[in-house]
Ligand binder design. Structure first.
Ligand code: C2E
Ligand code: CA
Ligand code: CA
Length: 610
């Protein structure tokens, strides 16, 4: 019995285009019926001539077509003819081709499409995968048309190579769903992954936790060390996070310094807290980048389904609110979403609008808190602290609105205003009394700080040596040459530079080496309960001896009790500032305060102005 062709259903033959193979078949013989008239014979000859003409045109079109084309038999799928483009594209010679079937070219053994199609129809492209002679896999869009070739039912295939296009499409799809810098999924893909995770967790009654992680002070790294280092840091952070997660968890980069992690299979909030702690530890280890050891902290906000929301967008929003809380409370920690956070976020937006209004209406005022020389009891200067008298809420604390001002860029207006007012007020004080003004790291980014200070000194008439500028360690997170150049230029004017909140940053000691500060202000957390706390005493003692070694003035902040001031005096601390001496007061009270100051010279007479 003859072997049955693999194609089980026999294709129907229909309206066939003759399509001669190579070598060209002799043209069909003319057989003329004797009874035919001369006209009929002439007309038949014309038909045959036309047929030949058409065949020649097809031949030409086939051979010279830039699109690879193959004619293959319908029955045994043997390749009957190929054009030059196919020879070139596949890398097989004509001889090799003619020993192959179409299935030999296919990467996977699937039924050729014509097995199920009606003959004679032209078929729109379908996607195939073929293997070339060199083994390379190619994607093809194949158009097919059935015909008769050398009296055999056959199919003509036009093969468009779509490998590159497919690759480009795959690249585009990848780009639309991933972050170019880290290669991690972006918010779009995360949302899809989250939907799947949430669906699964709904079925299994398990919870899913969304952790939004934000790097602390990442902008400072970017601004000081440059974007190249910033980019590498982000990639490094992405890798570290990835290495800490399970396969079922999802990770994405949301925006510049924010990542999101979706933890599945959570049964208790502690599971999320445990992961958050591990992630924070992992990020906190120094990153070695281009010879710099970059230390960056992170904060995490957590929202858990279904309690904090059962859809991805809501959970992300709530985790983000929890992140803001973590950043505000104390960076380097994590925070769970709580129901009241939405309301607080609205309050924050309200503060922003009203603060803008207050800046425009020139409603902000400096209050001045004295700095007292601990050995003589005399006031050496005042720190200008911004106050916002709010028509409904009374005096709003700068701790509440300075972070909003920094987030919104309003800090430059606030800082400029404070500098101008402080210098103008201080110019009216006695010559030996200085004024200290706080500078936000953001004021260094604008680029005009030096000229602003010069201009303000000139306009107010305050000698440079009576102005102190307080900066915090975050400014020096990485030693940017621009920041240091500005600081040196300010110091060259005669302005004094103080390091504020000393001891609260990552590597306070190393910052002291990067710039010759005039003053170090010991953060109030070390002064608190100084008398009763031997650890705090040891820390304060070493900061004082360090300051002495460097020839720098040491000021203790937040001095509230006589016991604290006694202790500081015994350790040899130069200056104190705190409620024990005075709260911050409006300028109108400063001259009066200066007149009574002699009373602070004895230890027992410290708390005179409350
Ligand atoms: P800071 O620079 O560390 O200022 C000292 C803060 O400690 C002030 O709070 C002051 O009122 C408070 N303080 C002083 N003595 C004591 C004390 O004995 N006990 C306690 N518990 N606190 C004391 P304030 O005025 O609320 O300012 C908070 C922070 O806001 C400041 O901390 C500073 O970082 C920022 N800030 C204030 N004014 C400005 C400003 O004009 N520009 C900038 N950039 N930041 C400012
Ligand atoms: Ca300060
Ligand atoms: Ca301080």
């Amino acid at each position: 019995m003859p072997k049955k062709p693999r194609t089980s259903r026999k294709p129907k033959q229909a309206a066939i285009t003759r399509f001669p193979g190579r070598p060209a078949k002799p043209a069909p013989k003319l057989s003329i019926n004797r009874r035919q008239t001369t006209e009929e014979v002439t007309s038949k000859r014309a038909d045959i001539a036309e047929l030949k003409q058409r065949e020649a045109s097809f031949r030409l079109l086939f051979d010279t077509n830039p699109v690879p084309m193959i004619v293959c038999a319908l029955g045994d799928e043997r390749i009957l003819a190929v054009n030059d483009a196919a020879v070139e594209h596949y890398g097989y010679s004509r001889g090799e081709f003619e020993k192959l079937t179409i299935r030999n070219l296919q990467a996977f053994d699937i039924e050729p499409p014509w097995a199920t199609e009606h003959a004679g129809e032209e078929h729109a492209a379908r996607a195939w995968k073929h293997v070339r002679a060199d083994g390379a896999l190619i994607d093809l869009a194949i158009y097919s048309r059935q015909l008769v070739y050398s009296d055999r039912p056959a199919v003509l295939l036009a093969l468009m190579d779509t490998t590159e296009r497919k690759r480009a499409e795959a690249r585009l799809t990848f780009m639309a769903q991933h972050d170019a810098l880290t290669g991690l999924p972006n918010r779009n893909l995360l949302r899809q992954q989250m939907d799947d995770i949430l669906l699964r967790s709904r079925r299994s009654a398990e919870k899913a936790a969304v952790l939004v992680l934000g790097l602390d002070h990442f902008k400072a790294v970017n601004d000081t060390l440059g974007h190249g280092v910033g980019d590498k840091l982000l990639r490094g952070v992405g890798k570290r996070l990835q290495s800490m997660l399970r396969e079922d968890d999802a990770l994405a980069r949301l925006n510049s310094d924010e990542f999101a992690i979706v933890q599945s299979g959570v049964t208790r909030p502690e599971d999320a807290a445990f992961l958050a702690r591990r992630l924070l530890d992992a990020i906190g280890d120094p990153h070695l980048i281009d010879g710099h050891s970059v230390v960056v902290g992170a904060s995490i906000g957590i929202a858990i389904s279904p309690g904090d929301g059962d859809e991805s967008e809501k959970l992300l929003k709530h985790a983000d609110l929890a992140l803001s809380r973590a950043k505000n409370d104390s960076r380097g920690t994590f925070s769970f979403f709580e129901a009241g956070m939405d309301a607080r976020a609205q309050t924050r937006r309200k503060i922003e609008t009203e603060l803008r209004e207050a800046v425009r209406g020139d409603a902000l005022r400096p209050y001045y808190q004295p700095l007292v020389d601990l050995s003589s009891g005399r006031i050496t200067g005042f720190e200008a602290l911004v106050r916002w008298p709010h028509p409904e809420r009374g005096m709003i604390s700068p701790a509440e609105f300075i972070p909003v001002a920094e987030e919104t860029g309003l800090i430059n207006a606030v800082g400029g205003l404070m500098l101008r007012r402080a210098c103008t007020d201080a110019a009216q004080w006695p010559d030996d009394v200085r004024v200290a003004v706080n500078l936000s790291p953001l004021q260094f980014r604008v680029g005009n700080l030096l000229s602003l200070v010069m201009e303000t000194l000139k306009q107010s008439g305050l000698p440079a040596k009576r102005l102190e500028l307080e900066i915090t360690e975050t400014l020096l997170l990485e030693k940017s040459s621009e920041v240091l150049a500005t600081l040196h230029a300010l110091r060259a004017l005669g302005v004094r530079i103080s390091m504020d909140d000393f001891g609260t940053g990552y590597s306070s000691l190393s910052y002291l080496r990067s710039f010759p500060f005039d003053k170090i202000k010991i953060d109030q957390s070390f002064v608190r309960d100084l008398a009763a706390n031997p650890d705090a005493q040891a820390i304060v003692r070493s900061i004082i001896s360090l300051g002495k070694g460097l020839g720098v003035t040491i000021t203790a902040e937040g001095v509230e009790t006589e016991a604290e001031v006694d202790c500081l005096r015994n350790e040899g601390c130069h200056e104190g500032q705190g409620f024990l001496f005075s709260r911050a007061r409006p300028n109108a009270e400063i001259m009066g305060l200066l007149k009574t100051q002699g009373n602070w010279s004895t230890p027992s007479g410290a708390a005179l102005v409350a």
